[in-house]
Each structure stands twice: as C-alpha cells, then as structure tokens.
Design a protein around this ligand. Sequence first.
Ligand SMILES: *[C@@H]1O[C@H](CO)[C@@H](O)[C@H](O)[C@H]1NC(C)=O
Length: 652
Amino acid sequence: MPMDRDMRQQLKIVMVPILKAFILLILLSLSVFAQGADPGFQTRIAQGSKFVQRFSGTGPLPADDGSDDGNAPIDGSRKILKAEHKGHKGATTADASQPTNGGPLIGPDGNPITTPEKPRFETNCLGTWRITTPNVGVAAMQLQTMPNDKVVWFDTTFLGPSALQWNPPGKNCPINFETNVPDCYVHAIEYDGLHDTTRPLTLKSDPWCSVGSLSATGTLVGSGGYYKGRNAIRLLKSCPNCDFTEKSFVLGNDRWYASQHILDDGNLVVVGGRKSFTYEIIPPDTLNIPIKKFDFPFLQQTTDPVENNLYPFLYLVPDGNLFLFANNRSIIFDHKSAKIIRELPPLPGGSRNYPASGMSAVLPIKIDPKAPEKVYFDIMVCGGASPYAFYPVDSVQARPKPKNVYWPALQDCNKIKLMDPNPHWEKDMLLSPRVMGDMLILPSGDLLILNGAKKGAAGWWNGDDPNMTPELYMPKQKLGNRFKKLAPTHIPRMYHSTSAVLSSGEVLVAGSNENDRYVFQGVPFPTEMRVEKFSPPYLDKNLDKYRPKILTPPKKVKYGGHFSFKYAITTPPPQPLDATDLKMHLLSPPFTTHGYSQQQRMLVLDVILRGPDTVQAVAPPNPKIAPPGYYILFLVHRGVPSAGIWVRLVTQ
Ligand SMILES: *[C@@H]1O[C@H](CO)[C@@H](O)[C@H](O)[C@H]1NC(C)=O
C-alpha cells in the first residue's frame, strides 16, 4: 500500500534531524579513530584544503626565460608544497626504507630520497610486440634518433647489395666510393619513427662499425668506419630532405669501433678504434677538422689478443671529466690533458666491450634544485662474455658451427656509484645471460634490456641461442627485486641489431645480421629485415586514464632556468595531485650500435605545481650534467609517462 503523502512529510520532519545527528556522530568517531591510527591525518586534511585554496589564487609565475636562477625567495605556494612534503614524510612509499632520526630518507640504492613519492601505478602488462615494417631493405647496424622522430640507420656500403634498390631500379647507381663500381642499392635510410615510412639516404664513404652522436644543433656527426670511411666525418641535419655530406681523411686516426660523446662545450670526443690508442676532440657540424689528438696508453693496456676493449663505454661525468670503461678496467680522465685522475676498481667476471660486447648505461640523474651541482652518477655495466669466448667461435670456419664453440654469455649486472668517495662495483644478476644486448633508458626511468644472445660473442656467425626475452631493470626497487622478465619477441636480434626509444614511448627494434652479406636462405640466422615496435608495460591501455599529456610544449630550455607548460591528465583525478606525483624526465637520444647506446642519459627534474593545469621545473644547472642539445621531455605521473616532446637545452 502506498504511503500517505502527509505521513511521509511528517516522517521526514522527525527523521531528518535524527539522521543528521547520527551522521555527525559517525563522522566524529571516524575522525577520532583515524587520528589515533595516523597522526598525520588531520594535518593532511588541513593542507589539502590549503592546496585547493592555492589553486584558486593566481600568483605570478617566476619568469620562464631563465632569468630566475632557481634560488629566488620561496613564495607562498612553494612553502605549502614544502609543508606537504613534511606531512608525507612518515608515509610509507614503495621505494623508501625507514627514515633515520631526523636525517634524510635513504633509498634501497643507498641514495638519499629527498621527496618521498607515492608508489607507481601498477600494471600486469608485460609489454607487447608488433611488426611495423616487414621488409625495410637496409640492415640497422647503427642507429640514431633525430630530433624530428626520424630514425636514421645504416649498414656497411662495402659488402654487396642490400635488400633495397634505388628507385627506379638500375637508374640511380652512384659509383661505390670503395670499389669504383656502380652500386644501385641503398645502404642508409631515414625511418619515420611515428609513421613507419622510409626515405633512402646516400652514403659515400663506408660507415662500417663507425660511430656517431647528435651535436648540440641536432646534427648527426658520424665518425670513422672502414676503408675510405675509416677517418671520415659524415654530417646529417634533421630536415625533411636533408642527406649526408661527408669528407674522408679528416680525422687524426682511423676510427673503426671507436666511441664518441659530446662535451660540455659542444665539441665531440672520439675515443679509440682498432689499433688507435688515441682520442681526439673534434668540432661539431663541420667537415674541416683541425687535428687535436692525444695519445692514450690506457687503450693499449686494456686490449688483449682478441681486443675486448673496442666501443669502450664513455660518459661525460658531472665534474666535466670523462669516464671510460675498456675490457674490465675503468678510469676517470681529464680530456684536456689526457691525465688519468683516478682508476676505479677492475670489474671481475669477464670482458665487457667488443667483441665481448656487454651493455652499459648511466642511471637516471636526479637533479636536486637545492643543490643542483651535487648529483649522483651511477653507471651500470652488465652482461658480456669471457675474454676467451671470441676465439673458439670465430676461428671455426664450418657452417653451421659446432654448438660447443659457443660459450655462455655473462649474466652479472654491476653498478658503480661514481660520486661515492670510494666507488666499488655492486653486483646484481640479470635473469638470463646476454651478450650483444641493448640497454635503453625508458621514459619511466627504468632500463630496458633487450636483443642479443645467450651464447657466443660479437662478430659474424659468432652468436647463438638468441635472447628474445627483454628484461626491465627498476633501479628504485630493492636489491633482488630489480629485474623483471617482459613479453618475448620471436625474432632473433643478435650481431648488428639496434633499438631506440621513441617520443611515443614505444621502442623501435631493428636489424640483426650474423652474416657478412644480406643472406636470407640456408643460414641459421638470416639477415633481419623486419622492423618491430615494443610497447613497454607503461603503455598498457589500463594506465591511459593516468597518462599526462603535455599541452603547451616549450621548445628551448635554458640551463638553470625555470620553464613551465600546461598539461592535462586523461581522466582528471578526484584529488588534486601532489607535486611529488609528477616528474619531468629529459632523455638524450643515443647512437646505438654493437650493444652500446652512446651519449644516452636521463635527467630527472622535480616538478612545481602552478595551478591546476601548469607544471614548472628548474632546468639542469649546467652542460656538464646535461650536455647541450636535444632531449625528449616526458611528464611522468607515478611511473606513467606522457608522450614525449622534443626540447633543446641551450646556454643562451
Ligand atoms: C681483467 O682482464 C685481464 C685480461 O683479460 C685479466 O688478465 C685480468 O685478470 C682481469 N681482471 C679481473 C679483475 O678480472
């Protein structure tokens, strides 16, 4: 029976105050309970409301032109952010260990954590693979991502036809610089990393096992190689119709299997190469190279009967000196005087450079705005092979080779904290052995370990048992929990394979040639023409709702200056974000060949919130910590990165 209308009204009059009182009582007891359980509860509620209040205010932003040196007096909003950090100090985080009495929180990696962060958003996704181009035509021996997301790669010009003819076929056959006969095949391409189209490029001198890096203007400067390319310079600008310009016989020494890195002043240093126990400094963006060469006996001391110190690992360290790892020894040296400043402890276990080709990367470099010059610089050296692995496999002429000549690759993965007073190697283990792998810094700040073999060494026909399962290295996890197996590919990628992180957050994977020519039949590992893209776990669709988007990308960023941009999150969260929920990651695009991504680094910047839709950060303080040039900027929300945008870090 329906209730009488008047009766309902009467009930309402009686019940509403009772209900109100009841709800109040529940709320009160809840708050008392919560206070008892978490003394920070009330403070956080209060701060939360202040936080919201601040958003409605419209205080002026510090200038974004770099005029602010980052030491400006702390304004009201920053004070509130500081108070919030204090409020969260006792909160547990995924990464932090127990806070010491009054001292800074120490992370599991031994570095202090200044701003405790909330855990990352979780995903069960292990990544996905897809083939984007079935037959790209040119083997990706060495590869550079350009500041327009075009990925340039090339192979040797010397060893016969590629799988891509100049179009129209037979009509465009430039004389091969080396052999003096017409060559109708393409040996270098520009691959559009976002749209998967290709454009052929012209190479004259042979870039076989050469080196390269991006200069401060975004020009690819390729050095060395073989034959008439062995001391050549090749320049490629990033513009829609640009092609290589090159000049042979300009370097001070032959640079075959050398390493290269940009310096803080924008010059480039080229180190080593087969039988070249020297390094030289070259100016960028020019084919006129004044010889500025230094003898460097360390390169001679670290070579052995099969060399094992080629493509040495080279980094510009934050004091402006260089770190060099060759075979199993490493040093810090002053490139202005060729003086070794210190030798670090040797790394036992085997050899790490070509042909024992291990992997190396520097972990993301966290910039503390309060002490911007003081950064941690932790270098990883992982995998590789026994110093004796190359000879048995390389000396066998039989095809296919007997299985017993392939020695197991190394599985250890080691870290050295360069800024420690007494740096030493801390040993961890990969989940599987790997030689000729790649180690890329992902937009999330984790490392991706992929490609390579479980057995053998670098060199044609020298790899076996391809390692098709990538691993994620999570530097902030506790020792023992840092590695995770990701979804495997089914395409072997061993010798002369490469990979690159794109601004979309995807990873392009290309190349692999265990043969000295383009061979597609009758061999265990045919020349690989398929291009793949790997979507790391952070691209999981289920995380899209958390994904930030950069709305007003800055183009240039000045050292030490404030810069800001507007952003949005796909599904705006119900609560306003904490500043610690967001980070800016600046990733320099490396030149990747032979398992080593040269000139790769990531800078991690704290974020200041400026209203509900604007984030601000202080740019890296100087070009020693972050060499000048192009970086991909990602806004990262608790481990979920935005698509990246290209920014140029400049002095002026
Ligand atoms: C470093 O390599 C050299 C040459 O292979 C070897 O003689 C030496 O014992 C190695 N050092 C360590 C610590 O493994």
